[in-house]
Design a protein around this ligand. Structure first.
Ligand code: FAD
Length: 389
């Protein structure tokens, strides 16, 4: 069989894989990207509601979850957000900060994929779409058998992402390859994912209501919106805590962040009912649901004792609820866990035990917070591997 030889083969044409291909191409390495779907960067296309939250100005190593929190430091420091912004500006893509340092395209995420395609073209990266990898063997070089023929390379970069959104092309390929080469893979779970609740906490009728709140899980807390859904809770604050939540645990929600419920009660006219007072601060339908779920009668404030008002205030600031589970990989933005960082060099992303084998992006056990951190990790880890592969 005819074998096509390359310096570098990258499996996975998403954010990390394309960045790595561009960087390796700049070093005049011959690079081949193998993507099994018919289109590059499908997750980029749907991300940020179609506008791609491509980085975050304030990104820090502390914004990542990993068994080794130091692992991401090196790559992130060598490819900061300013470098990707430079690329965005070079391609004249207009963008804006939505909030909290989150940068989005003014136009469409298609511009980001087009940027990556143009950069690949400029350094002669070859891209094969609809290419299924059947097997990988390592002899002197890597032998990659695919639906489009046999390829060999000195370096093999696995950039096949996580398990979420299988309909966009996600597979467990990267984890399987790691195991085939005897590399450890940590436990995996859906993260940045809506949480489900059992009745009577079910919020079916309230679906669509959004409230400014602080969501807490363990010692992590996030102030952003929470969104009531048919099956439970979503919205940025909930997605953030979902990465820290474990089965059986409760989460806590402060429904009046930055305010004091006790002072609000003492400043109100005692003839007003509890619902009337709270409905000035959050949607009325939610207030009724919450009050009933707490078995609190709707009566004028003056009919509650001081102690009772204190209890209600505490519950408003510390509303404790126990999720039944998450909505799983079909709704998760990312996969928590991945190829163990203990197997990889944090400088190059190369396997310590299999020379020439690299893992980058979401397939690695580095998971970012919401708000552009996951793409920043994809760019930075892809950039790091691209300097060495
Ligand atoms: C709906 C949604 C919205 C998101 N929004 C944001 C956001 O706004 N900001 C942010 O920072 N992050 C966001 N994320 C997370 C972000 O998309 C990922 O963390 C990021 O794409 C990971 O990059 P990656 O290159 O590692 O993997 P991916 O981008 O998933 O790329 C992996 C590629 O490998 C291909 N592949 C898989 N298996 C194989 C195989 N066997 N053979 C060949 N190819 C294969 C896939 O088809 C895909 O093209 C979002 C995720 C989702 C699901």
């Amino acid at each position: 069989m005819n074998v096509i030889s390359k310096d570098v083969i990258v499996v996975g044409g998403g954010a990390a894989g394309l960045m790595c291909a561009i960087e390796a191409g700049k070093r005049r390495r011959s690079v081949l990207v193998l993507e099994h779907t018919e289109r590059l960067g499908k997750k980029i296309l749907v991300s940020g509601g179609g506008r791609c939250n491509f980085t975050n100005l304030h990104v820090q190593p502390e914004n990542y979850l990993s068994a080794n929190p130091d692992f991401c430091k090196s790559a992130l420091s060598r490819y900061p957000p300013a470098d990707f912004i430079g690329l965005i500006e070079k391609h004249r893509i207009s963008y804006h900060e939505k909030k909290l340092g989150q940068l989005f395209c003014d136009g469409s995420s298609r511009q980001i994929v087009a940027l990556l395609e143009e950069e690949c073209k400029a350094v002669r990266v070859e891209i094969r779409l609809g290419c299924k990898v059947r097997s990988i063997r390592k002899a002197l070089s890597f032998q990659v058998e695919t639906s489009q023929g046999l390829f060999s390379s000195d370096s093999l970069v696995i950039a096949t992402g996580g398990l979420s959104f299988a309909k966009l092309g996600a597979t467990d390929f990267g984890y399987r390859i790691a195991k085939e080469f005897d590399l450890k893979v940590t436990g995996l779970r859906p993260a940045l994912v809506p949480l489900k609740f059992r009745e009577p906490a079910g919020f079916g009728a309230l679906s669509g209501i959004s409230i400014d709140a602080v969501a807490r899980c363990g010692n992590q807390s996030f102030r952003e919106n929470i969104l009531l859904t048919h099956r439970g809770l979503s919205g940025p604050a909930i997605l953030q805590v979902s990465s820290f939540w474990r089965e059986g645990e409760s989460i806590e929600i402060d429904l009046l962040p930055g305010q004091s419920a006790e002072s609000i009660f003492s400043n109100e006219h005692g003839n007003k009912t509890l619902s009337t007072v709270l409905s000035q601060l959050m949607p009325k339908r939610f207030v009724q649901h919450w009050r009933r779920s707490q078995s609190i009668p709707d009566q004028p404030l003056k009919q509650f004792s001081k102690i009772e008002l204190g209890v209600i205030a505490r519950r408003l600031h510390h509303w404790k609820i126990t999720p039944q589970g998450t909505e799983g990989y079909p709704k998760a933005e990312v996969t928590l866990g991945g190829v163990s960082t203990s197997e990889l060099s944090s400088k190059t992303m190369e396997s310590r035990s299999v020379p020439g084998l690299y893992f980058i992006g979401e397939v690695v056990d580095v998971t970012g917070w919401l708000g552009g951190c996951n793409f920043q990790w994809a760019w930075a880890s892809g950039h790091a591997a691209g300097q060495y592969a």
